[in-house]
Design a binder for this molecule. Structure first.
Ligand code: GDD
Ligand code: MN
Length: 387
């Protein structure tokens, strides 16, 4: 029976197309390696939960040719579970690429992932499905929202997980900061936000890849309790943490190729030029005093930064309400306004204590404060989490 039920695939990465089968709302991928003793309970739990929702669904097990023949155990269930498809992947390994391989073979409008060892309660997939309204692109099962948690994880594992998260926040605040559980391996994503992107994950953290490379607008989180593994072993090894670091670094460098950062930098350049030209005109041509000229010029730069980020850098993102725009304007204004005060103090100190000419002092202060104001300007203009 398992002959035709198990499809052999090779490790070649496949692109994820935009097309989906209208009869399949959700495709759930289950990456497995040596889960023969766990996979049946998980698949039956998924079948029970998703059948009760009444939506069209499919489940794809992607097994990396497990020595314990998990693919065969799963294949034997196909008659019982008609929505089940089993892919036996040969010539590749790794949780995250098993997931992207499964998604590339999937037909659903929504793409999900759940562990095959029973540590992710299958019932929660119904909450994730419900959470996927029109404004939501990713629904994450999180251990770190009210109602979530982990069963008795060792202190070492908890520290490692939290440490990895802190590192991620440091290197990729705009990505890792969007969710409370960036390490989660249990979530649903809208196909169109990851289709045509070059998802190229490393190791275990497929969610990082989706949040960093996908065109993700709304993100919601739903609680779950990470259960104790009943049988078999976790495959997480120290090498996965090294892979995670490599993954973070690669994603950190990724925006260099992305449109957003090029526009960030262009906006910063334009704001700098506008700031300096406004200063020259007010101070030199109009003859106003140094501090007042620098303050007005600085304000011109701030307003131009917010305006261009909203209308150009992030033009493709979901339009927000007028209140959101106002809130963002006030936030950036306050943050950059504080920096403007610092700049005025630096200008006066350079002129009065170090005898620098007004123009030289203005330019030195502008150059000194710009990197911080650019980072703040970009960080504050766009956040994306709705819980
Ligand atoms: N196909 C494939 N290939 N599957 C794999 C591989 C692999 O190389 N390595 C692990 N898996 C499967 C396991 O069989 C299991 O179904 C799932 O991926 C998770 O692997 P575990 O080794 O059990 O990971 P964990 O329980 O320590 O951590 C999991 O939960 C965390 C919290 O959600 C992983 O999903 C982590 O990514 C996640 O952060
Ligand atoms: Mn596990």
């Amino acid at each position: 029976m398992t002959g035709h039920a198990v499809v052999e695939v090779d490790g070649q990465p496949l692109s994820l197309s935009r097309d989906h089968d209208p009869s399949v709302r959700l495709s759930v991928v289950v990456p497995t390696y040596d889960e023969a003793s766990n996979i049946e309970a998980l698949l039956r739990g998924l079948h029970r939960t998703l059948s009760a929702t009444g939506v069209g669904f499919e489940v794809l097990v992607v097994d990396d040719d497990s020595p314990d023949r998990t693919w065969e155990v799963a294949g034997a269930l196909v008659d019982d579970l008609p929505e089940l498809r089993v892919l036996r992947r040969r010539g590749a390994s790794g949780l995250a690429t098993a997931v992207t391989c499964g998604w590339a073979h999937a037909r659903g409008e929504l793409l999900g992932v759940i562990d095959g060892d029973g540590q992710h309660p299958p019932e929660v997939v119904a909450d994730l499905l419900t959470a996927m309204d029109d404004r939501t692109d990713v629904a994450v099962a999180s251990r770190h929202v009210a109602g979530g948690g982990v069963s008795n994880w060792s202190t070492a594992r908890r520290l490692l997980s939290r440490g990895a998260q802190a590192l991620g926040l440091l290197l990729l605040p705009g990505t890792v900061g969007r969710v409370t559980d960036p390490m989660s391996g249990y979530f649903v994503v809208r196909r169109e936000v990851v289709a045509d992107t070059d998802l190229d994950p490393v190791g275990y953290k497929i969610l990082l890849e989706v949040l960093a490379r996908g065109d993700v607008r709304g993100v919601v989180e739903r609680p779950y309790v990470f259960l104790e593994r009943q049988r078999g072993q976790s495959k997480v090894a120290i090498g996965h943490y090294v892979g995670y670091l490599r993954h973070l670094m690669r994603l950190r460098l990724y925006p260099l190729r992305s449109r957003a950062l090029v526009r960030y930098l262009a906006v910063t350049g334009l704001a700098l030029i506008a700031d300096a030209l406004a200063f020259l005109w007010i101070f030199d041509v109009q003859g106003w005093n140094l501090t007042r000229s620098a303050a007005i010029a600085g304000e011109v730069g701030i307003l131009l930064t917010v305006l261009l980020h909203d209308l150009w850098t992030f033009a493709g993102r979901a339009a927000r309400s007028a209140l959101d725009r106002l809130r963002r304007l006030v936030g950036v204004q306050l943050a950059l306004g504080v920096l403007l005060f610092v700049r005025l103090a630096v200008i006066n100190a350079l002129v009065n204590w170090f005898g620098l000419g007004p123009l030289a002092a203005f330019l030195v202060a502008l150059a000194a404060v710009t990197p911080t104001s650019h980072l703040l300007g970009s960080r504050l203009t766009w956040r994306g989490v709705r819980s």
